[in-house]
Design a protein around this ligand. Structure first.
Ligand code: ADP
Length: 268
């Protein structure tokens, strides 16, 4: 028998009057689950034929100089578009997996120190000749209870976005800190910033602050939706601060209960 999903709203009036409204949202919940499964399945089915197409295109690109010039351009465009589609499908599959929330994230520990250093190292490679100044500050060396591969996806989306939306030679600062309120990952950039009207909707799938700009950044439009769901799975939340023209800061907050002391390495 399917579970019953209820949405309960409690309103207080004066000292001891309460109004309790229970709404049956089972159907809504089931529809949402069907949507997720459908998107996940379609993405999976599309991956195989696309891999074949991309494979052949790659071979053609490798032999492009043997082809007539007008074909060369067509082949290069097709190859570029098929790798965009591959990135999109990879993100759709990842998002539908993360959204189901079935897997547990509580049995494993993530080494934030190593993880963030690695991501920033990759981000420096992504920046390439744009030479962004990327710095990492780690002020707490405990481990984070969570799924390292989910966290890696979330944090690399934030750091890569910071690079993508910051002009050459700009600054990107990644900081991992902890205090009484919890543990916090801040990814701060000196980039183009975001108009405040867009901020509440940025984590929606395919929402873009500036639709005309996304084509040259090569993103899938799913990055921040992935971040949001990874944080939900880790009882965390995302805070976005930004000033257009000055830069943006994306902060992931985690409950402090998720921090775990490192066990000193055993030696023979
Ligand atoms: P995309 O693949 O388009 O980057 P995301 O979900 O990662 O998709 O981000 C959604 C939108 O949020 C982006 O299209 C961009 O408009 C805005 N955005 C994200 N990160 C930044 C940032 N660091 N600076 C400015 N804008 C950003």
């Amino acid at each position: 028998k399917p579970h019953l999903h209820l949405q309960i709203q409690i309103s207080l009036f004066g000292d001891d009057d309460r109004l309790i409204v229970a709404k049956d949202v089972t159907r809504l919940y089931q529809l949402e689950q069907m949507r997720r499964d459908f998107v996940g399945n379609v993405s999976h089915e599309m991956r195989t034929p696309l891999t074949v197409i991309s494979g052949y295109l790659e071979t053609l690109v490798d032999h492009a100089d043997e082809l007539p010039p007008k074909w060369r351009r067509a082949i290069n465009t097709m190859a570029a578009q098929s790798s965009r589609m591959e990135a999109l499908i990879t993100d759709l599959i990842l998002l539908s997996r993360i959204e189901t929330g079935e897997h547990t994230v509580d049995d494993t520990l993530a080494d934030m120190d190593a993880l963030l250093n690695q991501i920033c190292h990759d981000a420096q490679a992504l920046s390439g000749s744009k030479q962004h100044r990327i710095t990492v500050n780690i002020s707490d060396h405990r481990l984070l209870q969570g799924d390292e591969s989910q966290l890696r996806s979330a944090f690399s989306n934030l750091v890569f976005n910071a690079v993508k939306y910051t002009p050459a030679e700009g600054e990107v600062t990644v900081s991992w800190t902890a205090n009484r309120d919890g543990a916090h990952l801040s990814v701060k950039d000196s980039g183009i910033g975001i108009d405040p009207v867009h901020i509440p909707r940025l984590t929606e799938r395919f929402y873009r602050a500036d639709p005309s700009r996304h084509k040259d950044t090569g993103g899938t439009g799913l990055g921040l939706a992935i971040v949001k769901h990874v944080l939900i799975n880790h009882d965390g939340n995302l805070e976005i601060r930004s000033k257009p023209g000055e830069g943006s800061e994306f902060i992931c907050h985690f409950p402090r209960e998720r921090l775990v002391e490192r066990v000193p390495e055993l030696r023979d």
